[in-house]
Design a protein around this ligand. Structure first.
Ligand code: SF4
Length: 207
């Protein structure tokens, strides 16, 4: 079985990443390079905590089966960028209790086939789009957002927009409340209607 690098497993989360009680499984690695990344260890080569197979992961998280089933919760895959590990996630879902819910915290800036591979298995997507303005996005992340927009278009075209909560952050020194309104309008035009607006903490990276 494929091994994946993790930076953390965090149990007994409520109200932050999906319905019910969830366990956050955070992968190492991300195609973006955000200035205020909250988990910079996912970008550092020496930031890997452990490498696990889907079976190893199941052995670690099954202890909370009763909580997941009783509350409608399950596993939230984040990181880092969880869609870099879509085959791992798919394999994990063949082992887990099918009553568990799968949530993804993703920036969607990955090849579309990785999203297509797991989309039918996901109950809720939390999508951090940063900003829909390409210039703001690339200044902040060091990558363009064409792939993100293609992924959003695909989700909408598959009738999955209702499962998506779009995170629209105010990014200090990079965008403004007016930019957020523009992003929201663009996303509403694409068919999305669930938004989470908040302010990024300004954490300056040391490396
Ligand atoms: S997308 Fe998330 S994990 Fe990746 S660099 Fe940006 S803040 Fe960090």
């Amino acid at each position: 079985m494929t091994e994946a690098p993790l930076i953390a497993i965090n149990r007994h989360r409520m109200g932050t990443d999906g319905d019910g009680v969830t366990t956050l499984v955070a992968f190492h690695g991300c195609p973006l390079n955000c200035q205020y990344c909250l988990n910079p260890q996912c970008l550092r080569p020496d930031g890997i905590w452990r490498n696990l197979t889907p079976g190893d992961l199941y052995s670690e998280v099954e202890i909370d089966d009763l909580y997941f089933v009783a509350t409608g919760g399950g596993i939230c895959f984040g990181g880092g960028e969880p869609l870099l590990w879509s085959s791992f996630i798919r394999e994990f879902t063949t082992i887990m209790n099918p009553e568990w819910k799968i949530t993804l915290e993703t920036a969607l800036n990955v090849p579309l086939e990785k999203l297509i591979e797991v989309a039918p298995l996901v109950s809720r997507f939390f999508v951090d789009v940063k900003d829909m303005n390409g210039k703001i996005y690339s200044t902040y992340t060091k990558k363009n957002n064409k792939q993100t927009i293609q992924s959003l278009d695909w989700l909408a075209s598959q009738g999955l927009a209702e499962k998506v909560i779009v995170r629209l952050p105010l990014i200090p020194e990079y965008n403004t409340p007016t930019d957020i309104i523009a992003s929201r309008r663009m996303l509403e035009g694409m068919g999305f209607s669930h938004f989470n607006e908040f302010v990024y903490k300004k954490i300056l990276r040391t490396e």
